[in-house]
Structure formats: structure tokens, C-alpha cells
Write a protein that binds this ligand. Structure first.
Ligand SMILES: Nc1nc2c(ncn2[C@@H]2O[C@H](COP(=O)(O)OP(=O)(O)OP(=O)(O)O)[C@@H](O)[C@H]2O)c(=O)[nH]1
Ligand SMILES: [Mg+2]
Length: 301
């Protein structure tokens, strides 16, 4: 194990820059849910990349943003904790939008204070012309003394190997920290809840995704057939009319969400799934500390 390296790498940035897409691409499976809208990730997702000479433990974090409700505070807090725990930080920005004020604030409020090895990942380079990459790199060197700057496209898999090799340089020498067959620490119930939440994101518009939480009450194997999973889950919404939207005309929307979630879970877990979905109204669930804990959004004590 001589010269083996292992350590924690926090993937941080403002919402929607592609942090979760990057993690999934690096690990090679869907660990963290993705959507075209900001504020998708709510919990810290750990993904282990096993290499012959290194183990990179990625922490995908919720986008850093301002917000007043307890949910937003909790999710941002979980991002901050990941930054503090990390050996290396990967800050992600979007090539097509360039440096926004929110990006700069993350540098000011977190990176400058922690002073850890930090790699800037300029994501979504598939969206800009090639000759615009270099000026953006130059601008970035003026904003912070990043240890390295790597332009990538998480979605098109451009320059991801380069990013992995760059990260490796900054990891401490250490034996592996996770067993070879482990790629995440996410409990099955939370994982299932995330996949269901993703389908709500994709099928509904505007305010609905943010007012939704999914609680997976039970996951049971079949008594006879161990390759079957029986799942009971509740989608919590804040208002009666949200419940109506989620259920849809004659239950069509709920059926669609349920079918998509079931199919994806069957694919990801390699089992036949029977999914029983309910919808309940719980006003101000975002302020309910007990529910937030049960859902894994439990960073604030
Ligand atoms: N064109 C392009 N789109 C990308 C790329 N990476 C991510 N996206 C898209 O950007 C959107 C946001 O991606 P996510 O991975 O959910 O972003 P995130 O940073 O995890 O967002 P939060 O969890 O809300 O903080 C999705 O629609 C992705 O498909 C990329 O390299 N190129
Ligand atoms: Mg995310």
C-alpha cells in the first residue's frame, strides 16, 4: 500500500451548476438526483471512487444559497459541514454563465476562510465555444488562488479523467478508508425517497418541487421471493392544491410519478419493486424539525 492516497473531496457551488451530475458521472451510477431546476440536492451524498492507487471519497453537497426557512438553513449547513470535513475542495461554476456574484460570495465566505487545497471545476464547457475557455480560466486566477483549474463537461464526459488525476495530487497519503465494494453510505430508505422526489421534480412545475418531501415508511423483501421489494412511501406537500396537482386528474399524475420511480428503482436496485405511494398535506413541514430529521435533513440541532 505504499504511496496509496485517500481522502475526502467536497463538491461545492451554487445551485444548478451540475455538482450531482459530476458525482454520478465520476462514480458511474446514479447516486445523487439531478434536475434542471436549482435546489435539487438536500442531503450530503457520499460517493467513493476506487482507483488502483487511490480512493477518492466525494461529498456532493446542496447548492449554497441564502434562505430563511429551516429546510434551507439545514441543507446549507450540511454543505458547510462537508467543506469543513474535506481534505480537498472542488468548487464548481458554469462555463456559460461565468462568474456570478453568488459564486464570488462562496469564495469569500468559505474558501478564503478555510484555506484548503481547492480545485476550480468549470463545468458545462459543452455549452460554450472553445476559445472562450481560456479567458474564463484567466479571469478565475484573479478571483482566487485556486491550486488547479479544470474545465469539464459532466454531461458529455469531457476532461473528467484529467479532473480525477488532478484531485489525486492533493489527497493525503493514507490507506483506503472504505471497503472495496462500498460506493456510498446512503441508507436505502433515503435513497428510495430521493428517486421518488426526482420524479416529482421532473413531472411538476415551479413551486411544487420545493414544497415536497418524501418519507419512505417501509421497505420489505418478499416473504417468498427475495428479489421483490415492497415499498411504502408518503409524499408530503404544504397545501391542499399542491396535493391536487401531485395526484392529478383521476390520479394520472401520481400514477406517472409512481411508474417512473418504480422503473428506475428496479433498474438501480436490480429487484422487482411494488411501490405504494400516498400524498399527505403537512403545512409548514419545512419548519418541522422532527420531520426534517426523519428525512435526513438533520444538520441543525
Ligand atoms: N449542458 C450541460 N448541462 C449540464 C452539465 N452538467 C449538468 N448539467 C445540467 O444542469 C442541471 C443541474 O444539474 P445538477 O447536477 O442537478 O446540479 P446541482 O449543482 O447538483 O444542483 P443542486 O443540487 O440544486 O445544487 C441539470 O439539468 C443537468 O442536466 C454539463 O456538463 N453540460
Ligand atoms: Mg445536486
Amino acid at each position: 500500500m505504499e504511496n496509496f492516497r485517500a481522502g475526502f473531496v467536497a463538491i461545492v457551488g451554487r445551485p444548478n451548476v451540475g455538482k450531482s451530475t459530476l458525482l454520478n458521472n465520476i462514480i458511474g451510477t446514479k447516486l445523487s438526483i439531478v434536475s434542471p431546476r436549482p435546489q435539487t440536492t438536500r442531503i450530503r451524498i457520499l460517493g467513493v471512487k476506487h482507483l488502483p492507487d487511490a480512493q477518492i471519497i466525494f461529498l456532493d453537497t446542496p447548492g449554497i444559497q441564502k434562505g430563511k426557512d429551516l429546510l434551507t438553513k439545514s441543507v446549507v449547513e450540511s454543505a458547510v459541514t462537508s467543506i469543513e470535513d474535506a481534505d480537498v475542495i472542488c468548487m464548481v461554476i458554469e462555463a456559460d454563465r461565468g462568474w456570478t456574484n453568488e459564486d464570488k460570495q462562496i469564495v469569500e465566505n468559505y474558501l478564503k476562510k478555510l484555506n484548503k487545497p481547492t480545485i476550480l471545476v468549470i463545468n458545462k464547457i459543452d455549452k460554450i465555444q472553445r476559445d472562450l475557455v481560456l479567458p474564463l480560466i484567466e479571469e478565475s486566477t484573479k478571483i482566487y488562488s485556486f491550486n488547479d483549474i479544470v474545465p469539464v463537461s459532466a454531461i458529455k464526459n469531457i476532461n473528467i479523467d484529467e479532473l480525477i488525476n488532478t484531485i489525486k495530487k492533493y489527497l493525503p497519503e493514507s490507506p483506503p478508508l472504505y471497503p472495496e465494494d462500498q460506493i456510498t453510505d446512503l441508507p436505502l430508505k433515503l435513497y428510495i425517497g430521493e428517486i421518488i422526489r426526482e420524479k416529482v421534480f421532473f413531472n411538476t412545475r415551479d413551486e411544487i418541487p420545493y414544497s415536497v418531501a418524501v418519507d419512505v415508511e417501509s421497505v420489505k423483501e418478499g416473504d417468498v421471493n427475495k428479489d421483490m421489494l415492497f415499498i411504502d412511501a408518503t409524499i408530503y406537500v404544504e397545501k391542499d392544491n399542491h396535493k391536487g396537482i401531485i395526484i392529478g386528474k383521476k390520479g394520472q399524475m401520481l400514477k406517472k410519478i409512481g411508474t417512473q420511480a418504480r422503473q428506475e428503482l428496479e433498474h438501480l436496485l436490480g429487484k422487482k419493486v411494488v411501490l405504494n405511494l400516498h400524498v399527505k398535506v403537512k403545512e409548514r413541514w419545512k419548519e418541522d424539525i422532527r420531520l426534517l430529521r426523519a428525512l435526513g435533513y438533520n444538520q441543525i440541532s
